[in-house]
Ligand binder design. Structure first.
Ligand code: 1HN
Length: 349
């Protein structure tokens, strides 16, 4: 016998919804397609943050608050589709951090992983679990989850870097822990470059035990090495039509991504290329290390210059028109998606 809804089911349904709400129930069928869309749906919007806008605001903030008082003097890149949520994509944080000559940002540790991509200035350092690394433009530096870290600037110029963190991922799992160190500056137990020497030359110590768990034991990938690799590759054969020459930063102990929750990349696009549209499920933040041009993200187009930052939301097609040879650093949650079997890509539109 077929069941037939009552003629007045509209009012009866509303009445049911109203009564069950008090008991913390709700009808799935009213929201089913919002919860299970046919394709990725995100509040994240395509956006660009121009360095020419960011720099004066950062320097103004530098006059109003010290790095020590702020703990971290960071201007958050708020995605315009998620204002106030401190998110650049729904899974990632981005911000510009400024440290002035003579300043320190006190030592602490947290379960959120961080990456730094140096945008401007040289001579500051980041320390991670007893080793310092000097920061230079284009360097990619990792602060693994739950490692002590502090920053300082013994040099003579302001230093700014892009901070990328997995804050929303760690918040989703409610696995946030934070602890300040007992001193502002942690003690140093290894010479600068020790981790790169130990793990960054296609050699590894016998019986190596990953010092940072699932994160790469190399915590600074210097720009001169990445840049040299890209330049060499560009002499060998044609660029990929979507990516140019694109390389992923890896954990040398596993061959996998350098960080367990964030994938990191660097790519070279030759002058004049119009890259073929590409889309993937990992919303991606780009920092322009070199070059200029135009980027089309979904239906929007943005002109970019060195030190600008732009974001490509999940499943939005991206293509670049390079007016000069471009080097782009990028990060996304691809490694987390791949670990969970969720990641998809589509080349050509
Ligand atoms: C943080 O601890 C750092 O340690 C940078 O340098 C950016 C953004 C949000 C929350 C904590 C750092 C941060 C952060």
């Amino acid at each position: 016998m077929a069941s037939v809804p009552q003629a007045d089911s509209g009012a009866a349904r509303q009445d049911l919804y109203h009564r069950i709400e008090k008991h913390n129930f709700s009808p799935l069928w009213e929201v089913y397609h919002d919860l299970i869309p046919d394709e990725p749906k995100t509040p994240c919007k395509p956006a660009i943050w121009k360095w020419a806008d960011a720099r004066p605001y950062l320097m103004e903030a530098g006059k109003l608050i010290t790095a020590k008082e702020a703990l971290r003097r960071v201007l958050v890149l708020q995605n315009p589709g998620m204002r106030g949520e401190s998110c650049v994509t729904q899974s990632l944080f981005a911000g510009f951090q400024l440290i002035l000559p003579g300043e320190i940002a006190p030592s602490h540790r947290h379960t959120q992983s961080a990456l730094r991509f140096v945008v401007e200035g040289s001579g500051a350092y980041t320390a991670v679990d007893g080793e310092r690394t000097t920061m230079r433009p284009g360097d990619f530096i990792i602060t693994p989850s739950w490692t002590w870290h502090d920053h300082g600037n013994p040099g003579s110029e302001p230093v700014v870097w892009l901070d990328g963190l997995d804050l929303p991922i760690v918040r989703t799992f409610a696995t946030q822990f934070h602890e300040p160190y007992t001193e502002d500056v942690q003690p140093i137990s290894r010479g600068e470059g020790a981790s790169l020497a130990r793990y960054g030359n296609n050699l590894k110590p016998l019986g190596a035990v990953a010092p940072f768990g699932k994160t790469s034991p190399i915590f600074c990938y210097p720009y001169d090495r990445s840049r040299e690799t890209l330049a060499r590759l560009a002499k060998e054969g044609d660029p990929d039509p979507c990516d140019g020459w694109k390389m992923e930063f890896i954990n040398p102990l596993t061959g996998g991504p350098a960080m367990p929750t964030i994938s990191t990349f660097i790519q070279l696009l030759p002058k004049g290329i119009r890259s073929r549209p590409y889309r993937s499920t990992d919303g991606t933040v780009y920092s322009v290390a070199e070059g200029k041009g135009k980027v089309k993200i979904g239906n929007e187009e943005f002109a970019f210059e060195p030190k600008d930052t732009f974001v490509v939301p999940s499943w939005h097609a991206v293509s670049v028109e390079a007016a000069a040879e471009c080097v782009l650093f990028s990060y996304s949650d691809r490694s987390a998606q791949q670990a969970l079997g969720l990641w998809r890509e589509k080349r050509g539109g």
